[in-house]
Design a protein around this ligand. Structure first.
Ligand SMILES: *Cc1c(COP(=O)(O)O)cnc(C)c1O
Length: 368
């Protein structure tokens, strides 16, 4: 007899679907790995910064020992760069870890978590993993409808996720509106403001969410080293919150959740302003390249401030899946977003100029 192990809410989870790895596409479609272009996971097309490679080489000698569980040096570097006290910092195995720590430390089974339609796929996962009830608020123009999200909160709501910029849509909300939303959220609800793409914002779009943490004991701001910092494979991110929340998350955190190489690389990457600037420049150029071609091809897309663009693959019910398969056969990996409720759309990460070009050439041939 087949046993149903575990709670119902765990069995109900649809596992995360990541971008297909290059090696898998090469095997499946009989392609040469070197000719495959992966624009599926919003990774930095420049790869790992040289500064981080050097720091990792130096850190190799100590890999026989456990990492610094408290991440002393990295927290000092974050504190120095952003002007936040080290007591506010939680290091995570990717910022994904921070999102999960927030849910696990704050929400009990049956309580509710609010997030937007078309927002990051980890929010439903983190919510379901703790047996909480998801309150998914309809998106407005593919972005968060903050007044509706505020209105959806009840006495049993414990957490709200807000991604700014949002993934997979690339939408952005002005800092003033986010600040007003945070002010309006009741004290029993914790806000996770997920800023995984904040480094790509233009100077005029920037706002300082860390300054808001001082005023709001119910705010966690999360940041990632996976996108603009080029360290996705190392798995490292961090959260900024007042000591009340930081202390709570620390109780559930695995003692050694961030490995030594990741800590060393992150310190170097944080201080590598030239790499960050170059990443933002390459991204802005790639965005213009992709959207100019979309305009020319009469392809609908959602204007994005991130390092990716959501575009409409066609009118057919499953146009996204169809076009995706055709692109895969040509060695181009993008991200289908049917699991986000967007079966006619695809998300393409912004790559190097030649990668964007290869994608556009393939897309033209597929749509012809
Ligand atoms: C990529 C991403 C993250 C998490 O990335 P990590 O690699 O876990 O740091 C978090 N939020 C959003 C919206 C993302 O797109």
């Amino acid at each position: 007899m087949l046993m149903n192990f575990g709670p119902d809410y765990v069995r109900a989870i649809a596992p995360y679907q990541g971008g297909k790895p290059i090696s898998e596409v090469a095997r499946e479609f009989g392609l040469d790995e070197a000719r495959i272009v992966k624009l599926a996971s919003n990774e930095n097309p420049l790869g790992v910064p040289e500064s981080a490679k050097r720091a990792m080489s130096a850190a190799m000698a100590d890999l026989g020992r456990y990492p610094d569980s408290n991440g002393f040096d990295l927290k000092a570097a974050i504190s120095a760069k952003f002007g936040v006290p080290t007591e506010w910092i939680t290091l995570g195995n990717g910022s994904n870890d921070i999102l999960e720590l927030a849910a696990r430390s704050l929400v009990s089974p049956g309580q509710s978590v609010v997030y937007s339609q078309y927002s990051f796929a980890v929010y439903p996962l983190a919510t379901q993993a703790v047996g909480a009830r998801a309150v998914v608020v309809a998106a407005k123009d593919f972005g968060h409808d903050l007044p509706a999200m505020r209105a959806a909160m009840t006495s049993d709501t414990r957490l709200v996720f807000v991604a700014n910029p949002n993934n997979p849509t690339g939408t952005f909300i002005e800092g003033e509106q986010i600040a007003a939303f945070i002010d309006s959220v009741p004290a029993h609800v914790v806000i996770v403001l997920d800023e995984a793409y904040t480094e790509y914002l233009s100077p005029s779009q920037r706002y300082d969410a860390f300054a808001w943490v001082a005023k709001h004991p119910n705010l966690i701001v999360s940041r990632s080293f996976s996108k603009a910092y080029g360290l996705a494979g190392l798995r490292i991110g961090f959260g900024i919150a007042q000591p009340g929340l930081t202390d709570l998350m620390n109780r559930l955190r695995q003692p050694f959740n961030v490995n030594s190489l990741a800590q060393a690389a992150a310190i170097a990457a944080l201080q590598d302003e030239a790499f960050l600037t170059k990443s933002a420049e390459i991204n802005a150029r790639g965005y213009r390249q992709l959207t100019a071609a979309f305009d020319q091809m009469h392809i609908t897309y959602v204007p994005s401030v991130g390092n990716f663009v959501l575009f409409r693959a066609g009118e057919g019910e499953n146009a996204g899946a169809t076009v995706n398969l055709a692109l895969l056969k040509q060695g181009i990996i993008v991200r289908p977003v049917g699991n986000y409720g967007l079966p006619q759309w695809l998300r393409v990460s912004i790559g190097l100029p030649e990668e964007n070009e290869a994608f556009l050439v393939a897309l033209k041939s597929v749509l012809a």
